[in-house]
Write a new protein. Sequence first.
Length: 75
Amino acid sequence: MTVDWLECDLVESVAGKVGGRPVVKGTRIPADTILTDEELGATVDETLESFPSLSLDIIRRIREYGHSHTPVLQP
C-alpha cells in the first residue's frame, strides 16, 4: 500500500535519506514498511520486535494514519 504521507507529523522525506522516500522521523524506516508488515499479518508487538527503535504508540499511529488516508495510485 502506498499512502500520501505528506500530512503525517510522524513522517519526513529528506533528500538523500533512503532516496527521499517517506520515513518515520528520526529513522531510516520507510513508513510504508510499517503498513506492509501489518498486511503480511504482523501484530504491533511483532513490528516492534522488527523495529525496536520505534515505540508501540508510533507504530499504532502510523498504521492508523495509513488506514485513514487514500492510497496513492502508482503508474
